[in-house]
Design a binder for this molecule. Structure first.
Ligand code: ADP
Length: 323
């Protein structure tokens, strides 16, 4: 059971389109470039964990179409375990159309019907006996039946002593958000970005929101701050963790990679500050190529990245603990 993680959530294909300006009304537009790549916040996170050598089960619904076959192939290539995933021959896979303009502004249009149609009776729950941690994406709260499946899984996992990791999402409908707030008492680790912190606590004051969120349940709150790195509230102890300096190409998936770094660090026995440093390294690396998974490193590549920065205080200790 040692290091195994079950990831429950979203999986889809991303069609990423680069264009000059995001202003779109009726008419035709020329675009500068496009990429068709696997995505989905939970699926990216599962992939990042598997590449880092953590045994990872993906629990979610994939369509039986051509896109679904690509999603399955990519998971298999990266070593994500699909023994408990649901492949629905009748459904088309979920899809996101992501528009990015020259100023890096993003808009996404998502067909999430397939992944969010997951029902409890479609799952073999024995994966819960095998894992140490259950990781949930806020996207699982977007709509039912996935929303209620997620809540039931959280309760079952909690009962059997699993750690629960939650990465919220920025676009929840009111009902989903209210349910997510009620679920916070079951969560051990939460990783909101700035917007999600405000959404969850109704305060724009960073420190106050970190304290409030920690009191609502999660012992460990790690807030993602984009190019500023992250800030940790570990049972009331607040620490700022500085970012790594990289040449940013495209930021999609940085948050997912960050969460995988944090998870791996905590599973390997790093302190919360050290695990958040690994998370910052993973997030920074993810921004160096187009696509959410393109720049996700293997453990060796992550080690090489840290090795090249071992003059930074604490990195040598982290490298020693990562083995
Ligand atoms: P989300 O995608 O969830 O909004 P962020 O954009 O905050 O998440 O990115 C997650 C993490 O990735 C950050 O906390 C940071 O560690 C890393 N990161 C993101 N953008 C940059 C950047 N420009 N330079 C260095 N690190 C970055």
């Amino acid at each position: 059971m040692m290091d195994k993680v079950a990831v429950v959530g979203d999986v889809l294909m991303d069609l990423i389109i680069f264009m000059d300006k995001l202003h779109i009304t009726s008419g035709s537009y020329s675009v500068n470039d496009y990429y068709f790549l696997p995505g989905g916040s939970s699926a990216n996170y599962a992939t990042a964990l598997a590449r880092l050598g953590i045994i990872t089960f993906f629990i979610g619904k994939i369509g039986g179409d051509e896109f679904g076959r690509r999603l399955v192939d990519e998971f298999k290539k990266d070593g994500v375990n699909l023994d408990y995933a649901v492949i629905d021959a009748e459904s088309k896979s979920s899809l996101a159309l992501i528009l990015i303009d020259k100023r890096m502004k993003r808009a996404s249009l998502t067909y999430w019907k397939t992944y969010s149609s997951l029902k409890l009776e479609e799952l073999d729950l024995s994966f819960l006996d095998q894992v140490k941690m259950l990781s949930i994406s806020g996207y699982s709260f977007i709509s039912n039946p996935m929303r209620s499946v997620t809540i039931q899984l959280i309760k079952l996992a909690k009962k059997s002593g699993k750690k629960i990791f939650l990465d919220p999402c920025p676009c929840l409908p009111r009902h989903g958000l209210n349910l997510l707030k009620k679920t916070l008492k079951y969560i051990d680790i939460i990783t909101p970005n700035r917007n999600e912190l405000v959404m969850l606590t109704n305060t724009k004051n960073l420190r106050a929101s970190l304290i409030q969120l920690q009191r609502a349940g999660p012992k460990l709150v790690v807030a993602k701050l984009g190019s500023k790195g992250c800030i940790v509230n570990d049972e009331g102890k607040i620490m700022v963790v500085p970012p790594f300096d990289v040449k940013v190409v495209e930021t999609g998936g940085a948050g997912d990679a960050f969460c995988a770094g944090l998870t791996m660090g905590l599973l390997r026995g790093l302190s919360s500050f050290e695990a958040a440093t690994v998370a910052n390294a993973m997030g920074a690396l993810a921004t160096t190529k187009v696509g959410s998974r393109t720049a996700l490193p293997s453990l060796k590549e992550l080690r090489d990245f840290l090795e090249a920065r071992k003059n930074i205080l604490g990195i040598e200790n982290i490298l020693a603990k990562l083995g």
